[in-house]
Design a protein around this ligand. Structure first.
Ligand code: ADP
Ligand code: GLC
Length: 488
């Protein structure tokens, strides 16, 4: 049994801005199911503390970090056996809404401070300095918010092994030199091969430079980040660390995302009763205010409306497809200009295009089940979860073949019909997206071929069980490597 401290800035269903939250819940659960002892550490955001306090907490510790009194609360991830620790520090984490940004969408001014304190608590727990009778063998960090954890433990001879998972290299946690000084980190860290990045403090470099092993969330992205542009200026460092970098595809929570039992759906279906999916489609059309009959397929999009997700590409080709008899349902939120453009288009196509801004879990499930085609024109995609949800729901993905999308969606033109489960295009350009959608539309009209694509997708293994084993292998490797260091 390996004891793992899983350090993350969001976890579903407690707090979520993206796929990191989903992974931070399902990977620890899968590890626990394989008899490992995983404890999640999360900042004590108000929603998290409120939920923990109403569910009852079991143990706590009182720490002092600089000027700040910090309380550690222990609870459980809802509906799960996984232990969840919350770092309560009112002045830094008791803020409404999004964990990283204020109501105007700007980053909290003291994010460096907030996630430095969080990292210090993680390091204290990891080194057995928090007054708890639990010490991990492995500390598993995720994204820039946790990048300083391995840095703070680096000089300790007796420390747990460290893994750092890159969920998105484009978010790096960059701050000024003044911020670096204000954190009181030693000057020796201000070097290009440590935390300095073009005159700024880079949190993510802490994780990339100081961890025993690096992982990222798909084999495709693990290759892409070794070169520009997806290396985001860190490709040199990543090439240097590539012997210690592994791409492991994310899984999905197959209990929550199951068309045979999904509580958000009125009608359920599996690969053998696909006609029932039509009923989910009719429900979605009704809920979204779309006309009941449409000659063409119903297209779906769910995601952050930001450049990464290629929402602008989708909006630019949609009118043509709506004119040709398709309908579409879009759900998401993000940059104001994309939100406005989506709403304007919906006004031009009443009864054909529905746009919902905001976060809506129930609608996300209904779109995944009710749409015929799910579109992900992401410019880059470290893994992507929505294409896997869609595949499991018999909804055919049309995706830019990049990162994790390339690793999960197989086009008939490249793999043949026996393996195909969707359509890919090779450049994030409107013409390429249109051409792939055209091919999807043609297949939609050939019932037998369409059924085969659906069945191939639904037969895929998207569960965390196999993926969790790949993490366990890495934990074992780095534990063995550390053991040989401490033996020397
Ligand atoms: P990313 O983390 O880059 O946003 P992922 O595909 O890994 O992309 O994960 C996104 C997650 O967030 C998925 O679980 C998706 O269903 C969910 N999601 C995104 N936007 C919304 C929304 N507006 N409403 C409900 N769920 C959403
Ligand atoms: C990031 C990536 C996304 C990935 C998710 C979970 O947010 O953008 O592709 O699926 O992390 O690893």
């Amino acid at each position: 049994m390996i004891r793992v401290l899983f350090v993350t800035s969001e976890v579903y269903p407690v707090i979520k801005t993206g796929g990191l939250a989903d992974v931070s819940a399902s990977l620890p659960e899968a590890l626990c199911r394989q008899d490992h002892d995983v404890h999640i550490l999360l900042p004590g955001y108000p929603a998290a503390l409120a939920a923990a306090k109403s569910a009852g907490t079991r143990r706590k510790a009182q720490l002092r970090i600089g000027f700040y009194p910090v309380t550690l609360w222990q609870t459980r991830l809802p509906d799960s056996a996984v232990a969840l620790w919350l770092v309560e520090c009112g002045p830094l984490f008791d803020r409404p809404g999004n964990p990283y940004q204020n109501e105007d969408g700007g980053d909290w001014w003291d994010n460096a401070h907030r996630y430095h304190l969080f990292a210090r608590v993680a390091a204290m727990m990891a080194l057995g300095q928090a007054g708890l009778n639990w010490v991990p063998d492995v500390v598993h960090c995720n994204d820039w918010q946790t990048g300083l954890v391995p840095v703070l433990m680096d000089s300790c001879q007796k420390r747990p092994a460290t893994v750092f998972t890159i969920h998105n290299l484009a978010y790096q946690g960059l701050f000024s030199h003044e911020a670096f000084r204000a954190l009181g980190l030693p000057d020796s860290l201000w070097r290009y091969d440590r935390l300095e990045f073009h005159g700024q403090l880079s949190f993510i470099k802490g994780g990339l430079v100081f961890s025993d092993h690096l992982t990222t969330v798909s084999p495709g992205y693990a290759e892409e980040i070794l070169q520009p542009p997806l290396g985001c200026g860190l490709d040199g460092l990543l090439r240097h660390r590539s012997p210690f970098l592994t791409g492991i595809l994310n899984g999905i929570d197959t209990r929550q995302w199951d068309p045979e039992s999904d509580p958000y759906l009125i009608h359920h279906y599996g690969p053998d009763d696909l006609p029932n999916k039509r009923l989910c489609r009719a429900d979605l059309q009704k809920q979204a205010g779309l006309g009941g009959s449409a000659e063409g397929p119903l297209l779906g999009f769910i995601g952050r409306m930001v450049e990464q997700k290629g929402i602008d590409l989708l909006l630019s080709v949609l009118p043509d497809f709506l004119d040709r008899g398709c309908q579409a349902v879009l759900l998401g939120s993000g940059m104001h200009e994309y939100e406005e453009a989506a709403l304007e288009l919906a006004e031009q196509y009443p009864g054909r295009l529905s746009v919902t801004l905001g976060y809506d879990e129930a609608l996300a499930h209904r779109i995944t089940a009710g749409a015929d085609i799910f579109i992900m024109p992401s410019r880059f995609e470290p893994c992507g979860l929505n294409q896997m949800y869609s595949l499991r729901y018999g909804t055919i993905p049309v995706v830019h073949g990049v990162g994790g999308l390339k690793d999960t969606v197989f086009d008939p033109d490249t793999t043949g019909m026996n393996r195909a489960n969707g359509f890919t295009f090779d450049k994030p350009e409107p013409g390429k997206l249109s051409a792939a959608l055209d091919r999807a539309l043609a297949a939609f009209n050939r019932t037998k071929a369409w059924r085969q694509l659906q069945r191939n997708g639904m037969a895929g293994d998207y569960s965390w069980q196999t993926r969790a084993r790949a993490y366990i292998d890495i934990y074992r490797q780095i534990l063995a490597a550390r053991q040989s260091i401490t033996d020397d």
